[in-house]
Design a protein around this ligand. Sequence first.
Ligand SMILES: NC(=O)c1ccc[n+]([C@@H]2O[C@H](COP(=O)([O-])OP(=O)(O)OC[C@H]3O[C@@H](n4cnc5c(N)ncnc54)[C@H](OP(=O)(O)O)[C@@H]3O)[C@@H](O)[C@H]2O)c1
Length: 215
Amino acid sequence: MKIGVLGTGMVGTALATRLAAAGHEVRMGAREATNESATKWASGRKNASNGTFEDAARFGEIVVNATGGTVSLEVLKQAGAKNLAGKVLIDVANPLDFSKGYPRLSVCNDDSLGEQIQRAYPEARVVKALNTLNADLMLDPNGLGTTDHALFMAGDDAAAKSTVRELLQSFGWKQIHDVGGISGARGMEMMLIGWLGAMKAVGNARFNWKVVTPA
Ligand SMILES: NC(=O)c1ccc[n+]([C@@H]2O[C@H](COP(=O)([O-])OP(=O)(O)OC[C@H]3O[C@@H](n4cnc5c(N)ncnc54)[C@H](OP(=O)(O)O)[C@@H]3O)[C@@H](O)[C@H]2O)c1
C-alpha cells in the first residue's frame, strides 16, 4: 500500500521505517522537499521516498499525521485538503504543550486534536491511533516480549477503522480497543498526561497500557 507519513521526528521515522520494511511504499513529508532528516531516511532505502507534506499526502492512499500536535493543523493545511479527501488519515499526534514548564494539553475535555482535524478536513477519514505509546513500539508490539497490551482507536468512519485495524494486526497487534467516534480522541489524548507520569515511575518509555477484564 502507498503510505504518506507526515513528519520527520522520531515517530515519523519509526513508522516510516517499519512500514517500508514491511513492503509498503512510503513517502515521508516535511516542510521542505530538501529536509535533511527525510532525505537521509529515504536515501538508499527500499520502498522509500521523501518530499513536502503536500507530496507525501498526495502520494499516500493512507496518510499518517506524525507531527507535533500544536502544529498539526498547519501541517495538514500544507498537505492540502484535496490530497486528504477520501483518504484514511491516521492521527498519531498529541496536543502536548510544555510552555508552562509542565505537560498540559492545548485542547482537551470537550474537544480534541483528532476532532479539530476531522472538522477542518471533513472529507478525510480520520482515525486516532497509536498516540498512547512510545514510537518504537507502535509497529512492534512484540518489542515488549508479549502482545498482551493495548492499543486504542477512535474515528467516525467504520471502514477506515477496519483498514487501520488490519494494518495494525499485520504488525502483530492483538488488543485493539475501538473507543467509538472521533470524540473518543479526547480520552486517548488525555491518557498522555498519565503516560508521562507512568514514564517517570517506570524510568523509561518502553512500556504500554494493558486493559484487564474478568477471566
Ligand atoms: N515520541 C513518541 O514516542 C510519541 C508517542 C506517541 C505520540 N507522539 C506524538 O507524535 C507526534 C510526532 O512526534 P515527534 O517527536 O516524532 O515529532 P515532532 O518533533 O513533534 O514533530 C516533527 C514534525 O513537525 C514539523 N513541524 C515542526 N514545527 C512546525 C511548524 N511550525 N509548522 C509545520 N510543521 C512543523 C516538522 O517539520 P519538518 O520536518 O519540516 O522539520 C516535523 O516533520 C507528536 O504529536 C507527539 O506528541 C509521540
